[in-house]
Design a protein around this ligand. Structure first.
Ligand code: NAP
Ligand code: ZN
Ligand code: ZN
Length: 347
């Protein structure tokens, strides 16, 4: 099936209309009409080859909400017309220890990402959600609970699960003290989800500009990370800090904010960070860790949790042809708090 999409042809070029071929349905496949696709900062990194592994042309997009159009002969989980979601991964070996325990993102053979990965069967490079349709094997297609607003749910599929997974891994519960560094797409979901779990949340931002937003999102306060006195006063006051900063930055100011046995989990920057100091790690048995999206079961758990709690991302809906401007704004942190493309605008 031919389908319309938006692609970058090189790191230097803007995204532009592009026609792609979606595969004919295999017995386990689900064909989806895409309704909405969120715009993740990773899309921007991949379009510009910031990580050095982009294969062009790249069709970004891994926060996908749509409706089932057609199913393969062996599909049992989904039916035509169902509202469904696809996140950052579309296949894995489904057989290794990690896949068996539902951590497909850690698959020993490597997960197949929604865009930019070779398909396990035919080797074709996958293309993501900046398109009208997608074909995905059924296990990697999630159910969207009836109570979730389809127009706002898309960012749960990456920004949501990427912040929910560390909250669950480090067992955040009512009363946990959680810090969130960087109030963007991931950061605002971290605030809503941690608050939804009953944690006391503090935003760490570069300025006080987002103070009112932080409180409205459910945080108890905002700490300006450039205010040395305020940072010193907050020493040893967090159990978990989720760092969403998308660029190389200094971790030194954040580690001492952790209490004994606290964890600073990096979900933003992929690659080098500025030099770290082990002293506060040793003295407080503090940890610096990383986390990558989340598995299928945990993503479904997140969708169900958000439906039950009425948690939805704060979205600015855009047209597909506004994507390059949206990237420029995202680079300036001028988005409150996630762009979502209305795919009806791509025709
Ligand atoms: P975003 O919407 O652009 O938000 C990033 C926030 O970080 C900004 O709002 C800003 O918050 C702060 N920030 C931006 N530039 C900064 C700088 N140079 N120094 C310090 N702070 C800065 O991006 P996002 O979509 O949330 O993605 C964040 C990062 O997570 C990206 O690198 C993305 O690739 C990565 N990511 C990782 C995973 C994973 O599985 N681990 C999944 C998805 C995305 P303030 O204005 O409040 O300071
Ligand atoms: Zn993402
Ligand atoms: Zn596996």
């Amino acid at each position: 099936m031919q389908t319309l999409a938006y692609a970058a042809q090189s790191a230097e070029q803007s995204l532009a209309p592009f026609t792609i071929q979606r595969r004919a349905l295999r017995p386990n496949d689900v064909a989806i009409d895409i309704l909405y696709c969120g715009v993740c900062h990773s899309d921007l990194h991949m379009a510009r080859n910031d990580w050095g592994w982009t294969r062009y042309p790249v069709v970004p997009g891994h926060e996908i909400i749509g409706r089932v159009r057609e199913v393969g002969s062996a599909v049992t989980r989904h039916r035509p017309g169902d509202p469904v979601a696809v996140g950052c991964l579309v296949d894995s070996c489904r057989n290794c220890d990690q896949c068996r325990k539902g951590e497909e993102q850690m698959c020993r053979e490597g997960m197949i990402m929604t865009y930019g990965s070779p398909d396990r069967v035919d080797g074709q490079i996958t293309h993501g959600g900046y398109s009208k349709h997608i074909v995905v094997r059924e296990e990697f297609v999630l159910r969207v609970p009836a109570r979730l607003d389809l127009a706002r749910a898309a960012p749960l599929l990456c920004a949501g699960i990427t912040t929910y997974s560390p909250l669950r891994t480090w067992k955040v519960v009512a009363g946990s003290r959680v810090g969130v560094v960087g109030l963007g797409g991931l950061g605002h979901m971290a605030v809503k989800l941690a608050a939804g779990l009953g944690a006391r949340v503090t935003v760490l931002s570069r300025s006080a500009d987002k103070q009112a937003d932080a409180l409205a999102l459910g945080a108890a306060g905002l700490l300006v990370s450039t205010d040395a006195a305020a940072m010193a006063a907050a020493a040893s006051s967090f159990d978990l800090i989720i760092d969403t900063v998308p660029a190389r930055h200094d971790l030194k100011p954040y580690v001492p904010l952790l209490d004994i046995d606290g964890t600073l989990v990096i979900v933003g920057q992929v690659g080098p960070v500025a030099e770290a100091d082990t002293t506060p790690l040793l003295l407080g048995r503090r940890r610096i860790a990383g986390s990558l999206i989340g598995g299928l079961a945990e993503t479904q758990e997140l969708l169900d949790f958000c439906a039950a709690k009425g948690i939805l991302p704060d979205c600015e809906t855009i047209r597909m042809d506004e994507i390059n401007h949206a990237y420029e704004r995202m680079e300036r942190s001028d988005v409150r708090y996630r762009f979502v493309i209305d795919m009806a605008s791509l025709a």
